[in-house]
Design a binder for this molecule. Structure first.
Ligand code: SF4
Ligand code: SF4
Length: 113
């Protein structure tokens, strides 16, 4: 899987280069019936649709929101899987993501005053 052009807004996840984080959906081709649910519903345009095979394709894996598993839930054919969520929690702890969150929270609360 290759992410050809990673738009700037997806390049980092709380200061961590996105390509250092191994988080994206995997599709089991045998189970995918090509319903299109994931293609249409993902807000980050991670999927393409192969018209010939009538299957979803993970075309832009690095655009997947770290920790999101929505498409796994939407796929009633259980064709989508992710790494264990403990992987994300480990990154949050080890890469000090909560320090960045603290800053962002402060900014947000100031804005909403
Ligand atoms: S939701 Fe599941 S079955 Fe439907 S296109 Fe996506 S992977 Fe395939
Ligand atoms: S987990 Fe969320 S962001 Fe990632 S591909 Fe699925 S719906 Fe899109």
């Amino acid at each position: 899987m290759e992410n050809k052009k990673l738009p700037e807004q997806f390049a980092y996840w709380y200061g961590i280069p996105r390509e250092e984080i191994n988080w994206n959906p995997t599709i089991d081709e045998k189970k995918c019936v090509g319903c299109g649910m994931c293609v249409v519903s993902c807000g980050r345009n991670v999927f393409d649709y192969d018209r010939e095979k009538r299957k979803a394709v993970v075309a832009r894996p690095l655009q997947c929101l770290v920790g999101c598993k929505s498409c796994e839930a939407w796929c009633v054919f259980d064709a989508i899987s992710f790494p264990d969520i403990s992987y994300v929690k480990k990154i949050i702890k080890e890469r000090k993501v909560l320090v960045k969150i603290k800053e962002k929270l402060k900014e947000k609360l100031e804005k909403n005053r």
